[in-house]
Design a protein around this ligand. Structure first.
Ligand code: NDP
Ligand code: 2IT
Length: 450
């Protein structure tokens, strides 16, 4: 990213902002890509004439629908559901479903846009999409979750299919919700087909899919450290979040001998100076996945310090792994991380760093993998789940993990190949943007003006 004024970039972004009023998260995600792509295509008249970047920022379609369900007290509840089908130039739309009260069209458009680049980087034939609802799963009974998932899928089923659009999980959507949605789809369509990924292994799910995003985030960090002739063992790591991605990120870090000193949820952060142990992690997994508890309970449960309302970015660490949500690292957090000794960041959450934070990391020469590269392991194993479903086969843990390792190593190498600056430093943001863009752009050019 250059601080020099770029008239073409300003003109492009003004158009995006005008066409998508008020959608600030979407503007942010597009801006982060455009800063690298506009200079990259400056002298490519074909790409410019064919309006490839403009077309990529316009979703193929967005469906939005009413979701009506009945709570345990017999009240009728109303939510809004969406699916953003962003781009299917290189494969069926693919991307998760998020259930969280902060879900808006803007949030899903930013996620769908990012997904196109991420899925391209995996090297698999996957287009990009995202869906979800403003439904809040917190405090809901299992039956209420089931009824909501069934109602949501009743409408969504009209727009998806194994060769059309293949949803998966995201915040608030894990194995249980995918099970309920898959069951409802199968009942409605009367076909057993791989329309969702993240399924249970009994009905077509892939081994390692639950672990894949978190493991991949760590494999990316490993590759970046290797580039600097360093290794993971002994490194002090700050992790945020305590959901699916954070849990398996911590599991892999512990396996590699790193010291993890924090996890968090939307209420606050737990800090354990001596390091979270494997038993502590199992305790947290049970708290979050079985009991539905708050991370504050870990103060008593595993003897950690609880920092109410705080994020983990004030803690001393060498490596940081944001694994909660968008914009969870702001400018002050970025400054604090650098002051406390952080040298590298691998993003598990989607777009966790604000533009100001990214700039501070860049100036501080922090090695920083963007989410579209670092968390691509999840969707990559989703792609492998689709392959296994098509083959009517199921691969071993070892096979899937080997594929995942190779895919993450390849994504790292694509970033290096496309993002190495003249001074030898790797700009992983630029590398991921350009490599992700190129494949989709070439496919779109091949199709002509459609
Ligand atoms: P989960 O629902 O399993 O966990 C989400 C975690 O993030 C929880 O600890 C939650 O805390 C916290 N969190 C959510 N929203 C907020 C918020 N607004 N402020 C503070 N904390 C928040 O989701 P995942 O682990 O699946 O997803 C985490 C991130 O990883 C998301 O950005 C997602 O898009 C991304 N991701 C997920 C993939 C996957 O395969 N699941 C793949 C690639 C990226 P609380 O319990 O208090 O809500
Ligand atoms: O953001 C993401 O990449 C995901 N939530 C996973 C998408 C998928 O289809 O597995």
């Amino acid at each position: 990213m250059s601080m020099i004024k770029d008239i073409e970039l300003d003109h492009f972004m003004n158009g995006v902002i005008r066409r998508n009023p008020g959608e600030t998260e979407f503007h942010q995600a597009v801006q982060e890509v455009a800063v690298d792509i506009i200079p990259h295509i400056r002298h490519n008249e074909t790409v410019k004439k064919m309006r490839i970047l403009e077309r990529m920022t316009e979703p193929d379609r967005i469906v939005s629908f009413r979701v009506i369900w009945e709570d345990d007290k017999g009240n009728i509840r109303v939510n809004r559901g969406y699916r953003v089908q962003q781009n299917n130039a290189i494969g069926p739309y693919k991307g998760g479903i998020r259930f969280h009260p902060t879900v808006t069209q803007s949030v899903l458009k930013f996620l769908a846009f990012e997904q196109v680049f991420k899925n391209s980087l995996t090297g698999l034939p996957l287009g990009g999409g995202k869906g979800g609802s403003d439904f809040n799963p917190k405090g809901k009974s299992d039956r209420e979750i089931m009824r909501f998932c069934q109602a949501f899928m009743t409408e969504l089923s009209k727009y998806i299919g194994p060769n059309t659009d293949v949803p998966a999980g995201d915040i608030g959507v894990g194995g249980r919700e995918v099970g309920y949605m898959f069951g409802q789809y199968k009942r409605l369509i009367d076909r057993f087909e791989g329309v969702l990924t993240g399924k249970g292994v009994e009905f077509g799910g892939s081994k390692i899919r639950p672990e894949a995003t978190g493991y991949g985030v760590v494999y990316m960090m490993q590759a970046m450290l290797k580039q600097k002739s360093q290794e993971m063992a002994g490194k002090v790591c700050a992790v945020s979040g305590s959901g699916n991605v954070a849990q398996y990120c911590v599991e892999k870090l512990l396996e590699l001998g790193a010291k993890v000193v924090s996890m968090s949820d939307s209420g606050g952060t737990i800090y354990k100076e001596t390091g979270i142990s494997k038993d502590d992690l199992l305790w947290i997994m049970n708290l979050k996945n079985v009991r539905g508890g708050r991370i504050s309970e870990a103060e008593a449960g595993i003897g950690a310090e609880y920092l109410e309302g705080k994020r983990p970015w004030q803690i001393e660490c060498e490596l940081a792994f944001p694994c909660a949500t968008q914009n969870e690292i702001e400018a002050d957090d970025a400054k604090s991380l650098i002051k406390k000794g952080c040298k590298a960041i691998s993003e598990g959450a989607n777009m966790p760093s604000t533009p100001a934070a990214i700039e501070i990391f860049r100036e501080g020469k922090i090695v920083h993998a963007p989410s579209k590269a670092a968390n691509a392991g999840g969707v990559a194993v989703s792609g492998l789940e689709m392959s296994q479903n098509s083959l009517r086969m199921s691969w071993s843990r070892e096979d899937v993990d080997n594929h995942l390792r190779n895919i993450m190593a390849d994504i790292h190498d694509q970033c290096v190949a496309n993002g190495t600056n003249s001074n030898g430093d790797v700009d992983y943001f630029k590398g991921a943007n350009i490599a992700g863009f190129e494949k989709v752009s070439r496919a779109m050019l091949a199709y002509g003006a459609i």
